[in-house]
Design a binder for this molecule. Structure first.
Ligand SMILES: Nc1nc2c(ncn2[C@@H]2O[C@H](COP(=O)(O)OP(=O)(O)OP(=O)(O)O)[C@@H](O)[C@H]2O)c(=O)[nH]1
Ligand SMILES: [Mg+2]
Length: 221
């Protein structure tokens, strides 16, 4: 549960973490090899900030963000995992109960793409069957250094049954869209399984209650 010092200051305040004002809580995880840009992606989404220095995550960290769907307040509790192998036991312990995953690779890093299959297996092993996954090819601003063609990412996502985006935390490309899509597919899945007890009802079945004062995502419904 540690993170580097400079980023600790930007963790959600205790007030945010304790705020009970929400209708649903979605637990999301960002996973993938070290240095693919998981932390950068989360900081871009939650704080609209970007740091070009690489400070590898130690263990696991999280941020909260609130979005709205059908006038319902959905608190996203977004866990940023360390990609380094040595933290794997800690990070996989957090998979349980996650409703959605961003599985990230770096379009300029072949190893990170090759590892996607293994990360997918980790999801199947440690999380719910119903967990929704989006495959994200990050660093699409680095077109000159690209090693993974877009089509390869698309094909792999199709094979694994995941949705697919290319994105850039640095240039803020598709960052919000990825999270919005993940929320949408989770909502769709919930509506399917609830059969009528949909998001329009006052259904508070999630374990945490919390809210962020940060900016709200727009409703894409
Ligand atoms: N050009 C470019 N660089 C990026 C992008 N996203 C992240 N980076 C850089 O890539 C490096 C690694 O980013 P991190 O976000 O720390 O990577 P991580 O996946 O969290 O790594 P671990 O914490 O070790 O698992 C940093 O130097 C970032 O500035 C991007 O979209 N484009
Ligand atoms: Mg990190």
């Amino acid at each position: 549960m540690a993170s580097n010092e400079s980023r600790l200051q930007q963790q959600p305040s205790q007030k945010d973490a304790a705020d009970q004002n929400f209708d649903y809580m979605f637990k999301l995880l960002i996973i993938g090899n070290s240095s693919v840009g998981k932390t950068s992606f989360l900081f871009r989404y939650a704080d609209d900030s970007f740091n070009s220095a690489f400070v590898s995550t130690v263990g696991i960290d999280f941020k909260v963000k609130t979005v709205f769907r059908n006038d319902k307040r959905i608190k996203l509790q977004i866990w940023d995992t360390a990609g380094q192998e040595r933290y794997r036991t800690i990070t996989t312990a957090y998979y349980r109960g996650a409703m959605g995953f961003l599985l990230m690779y770096d379009i300029t890093n072949q190893d990170s793409f090759n590892a996607v299959q293994d990360w997918s297996t980790q999801i199947k092993t440690y999380s719910w069957d119903n967990a929704q996954v989006i495959l994200v090819g990050n660093k699409c601003d680095l077109e000159d250094d690209r090693l993974i063609p877009t089509e390869d990412g698309q094909r792999l996502a199709e094979d694994l049954g995941f949705q697919f985006f290319e994105a850039s935390a640095k240039d803020n490309i598709n960052v919000k869209q990825v999270f919005e899509r993940l929320v949408d597919v989770i909502c769709d899945k919930m509506n399917e399984s609830m059969e009528g007890d949909s998001l329009t009802s006052n259904h508070r079945n999630q374990g945490f209650k919390d809210s962020s004062s940060e900016s709200h995502g727009s409703c894409a419904c």
